[in-house]
Design a protein around this ligand. Structure first.
Ligand SMILES: N[C@H](CCC[C@H](N)C(=O)O)C(=O)O
Length: 292
């Protein structure tokens, strides 16, 4: 029987990004990719956020982020706000330091300008070199790489900005509503293009003015989602690098808005938005019958 049988979990969302939070800080079990997929089959999520005991002094937990296909990500902005909603009251803190396999993220309750269910996550500095994204080859300036999707003479999408926020992002700029692009149809091909050896999260962005961007995201390992926090961070950074916006932006996703600041002082990216509990549940032993 799986060590997950009968465990309690929280089903949450971060502006519509579907998140399951699982507290294993007692160190009693390590989730396998097969178990993550088994959970997704019964309690659908975009990301499963698993909390383990801290591995490094000064951190509150070690966090693994599973996509619904069982693959892992080094970052998940919306899920980190959901984890903050849960873990801050448990630890009696208003600030957390969380460690993922690729980065340290600091989270705190958002300032007085925001509603009580809002959290700010310091996602750290972006990585902008092609090797760090990673790309398979040098494809030119990472603000607008040499890549196109669609017919060679009239590509549907081209010259994306690429950014790593601890996970890889490609942001395509268009001058019409991103809802007009059939992202569900084209997302898989770009996600799996050999230019992106670790696959890629695919964003379509429209700049509305110098502080607002409309965004839709096809997520690596999870597909079309209502929001993606790290994609919003990547988009805010890329827009500022291109001079399309300032360093503070409001990113409007189908599930709601995120505030992004690419801080001048230290180059860190701060993301602020809501986190909401949908329901609590317990895993049934039967879910894991086929998960080795
Ligand atoms: N939804 C997440 C991102 C998940 C990233 C994942 N799809 C990957 O990079 O594999 C967010 O709010 O940042």
């Amino acid at each position: 029987m799986s060590g997950l049988a009968n465990r309690p979990y929280l089903k949450m969302n971060g502006i519509g990004n579907e998140i399951v939070v699982l507290d294993l800080t007692d160190g009693s079990h390590a989730v396998t990719p097969a178990e993550a997929r088994a959970i997704a089959a019964h309690e659908p999520f975009d990301q499963l956020m698993v909390l383990y005991p801290p591995q490094q002094a000064g951190t509150d937990a070690f966090m693994r982020i599973f996509n619904s296909d069982g693959s892992q990500s080094g970052a998940c902005g919306n899920g980190t706000r959901c984890v903050s909603w849960y873990l801050m009251p448990v630890l009696g803190k208003d600030q957390l330091m969380l460690q993922t396999p690729t980065s340290l993220v600091e989270a705190r309750r958002a300032g007085a300008d925001f509603a009580a269910d809002n959290f700010t996550v310091d996602m750290g500095p972006p990585a902008l070199d092609w090797q760090a994204i990673p790309l398979a080859r040098d494809a030119g300036d990472t603000r607008a790489i040499d890549y196109a999707y669609g017919a060679a003479e009239a590509p549907l999408l081209q010259s994306p900005s690429v950014v790593s926020m601890g996970n890889p992002h490609a942001v395509f700029w268009i001058d019409r509503d991103p809802a007009e692009i059939d992202l569900a149809a084209i997302g898989p091909a770009i996600e799996h293009d050999p230019l992106f050896p670790e696959r890629v999260n695919v964003s379509i962005a429209q700049v509305r003015d110098n502080s607002q961007i409309v965004l839709r995201v096809w997520e690596r390992g999870a597909g079309l989602t209502r929001a993606c926090g790290s994609a919003a961070c990547a988009t805010g950074v890329a827009a500022a690098r291109l001079g399309l916006t300032g360093r503070k932006t409001r990113i409007s996703l189908p599930g709601g808005d995120l505030r992004i600041e690419w801080r001048e002082a230290d180059g860190h990216v701060l993301m602020t938005g809501a986190a909401a509990l949908e329901h609590e549940g317990r895993f049934a032993a039967s879910w894991f019958a086929d998960a080795a």
